[in-house]
Design a protein around this ligand. Structure first.
Ligand SMILES: [Ca+2]
Ligand SMILES: [Ca+2]
Length: 258
């Protein structure tokens, strides 16, 4: 029993001594969580349809933030550099005011056929001349060219004795960015005398002029053959274009008229 009391008395004496010891400044942890501006939750997004860059970053700082700026370096865009001011006012792409997330939406024209690189240096200015910086980067993939997967047209067509006969051509296409990225189709016919290719004629995917169904990725045309057509092998070449003005390679085909 006596031994047990001894063990209890030791901590009490230590606590007493502790309280009589030197005094320390008040714990100020709560007031100095972010003594310098600290960046986090960065987000960069580029919407190619709207040609809009959204940038945002959270900046936590114990004192007032004077400004958050973004110096932007661009590759694959119409501009090379930009400097913008972010805001935490719920404006210009900032979702919520006063949530320490500083944001901005800006118009930015990506050259679709090029790889894009967006590098941002954020600068937060705090009290006095205290400045902190932070980098963020976004890669914007290029729009890739479309391609032709199949051409359906007759190998041979016999001229009618009177009137005309339809010649339908169906060109099936695809695109790494989705088949709906293909916007136009063209064909040219070779001049059998000069050996030169002629002008562009349109194929269409609008469900008209020989096209069976609109928007199905099959670009088509309907031609007419009459008794006046020469007996010959007619050479065609086809190509398609996407929303970024990328062209597919030419694809060749021919039809014998007899
Ligand atoms: Ca494409
Ligand atoms: Ca079609």
């Amino acid at each position: 029993m006596k031994r047990k009391l001894q063990w209890i008395s030791i901590p009490i004496i230590l606590f007493v001594l502790w309280n009589c010891g030197p005094t320390y400044p008040d714990d100020t942890t709560d007031n100095t969580t972010y003594p310098i501006p600290e960046f986090s939750n960065e987000q960069l997004a580029y919407h190619s349809g709207r040609q809009q860059l959204h940038c945002e970053v959270m900046v936590l700082y114990d004192s007032l933030i004077n400004s958050v700026l973004a110096d932007i370096q661009l590759q694959g865009f119409e501009e090379n550099t930009l400097s913008i001011t972010l805001n935490d006012s719920g404006l210009y792409g900032d979702a919520l005011p006063d949530d320490d997330v500083y944001s901005r939406n800006i118009y930015l024209n990506h050259i679709d056929s090029m790889e894009g690189i967006i590098t941002i240096e954020y600068t937060a200015q705090g009290a006095g001349s205290l400045v902190q910086t932070f980098f963020d980067t976004l890669f914007v993939i290029a729009n890739l060219p479309p391609y032709i997967t199949e051409i359906v047209m007759p190998d041979t067509i016999v001229r009618p004795r009177t009137g005309t006969k339809d010649l339908f051509i169906y060109v099936t296409v695809d695109d790494p960015n989705g088949v709906h990225d293909v916007t136009n189709g063209y064909f040219q016919v070779k001049n059998n005398t000069s050996g030169l290719w002629g002008v562009d004629y349109n194929l269409n995917d609008n469900g008209e002029l020989g096209d069976t169904e609109a928007g199905d990725g099959i670009f088509s045309t309907g031609l007419e053959i009459s008794a006046d057509n020469a007996v010959a092998t007619n050479y065609f070449r086809f190509r398609v274009k996407d929303s970024a003005s990328n062209f597919s390679d030419w694809s060749l085909d021919s039809v014998v008229v007899r």
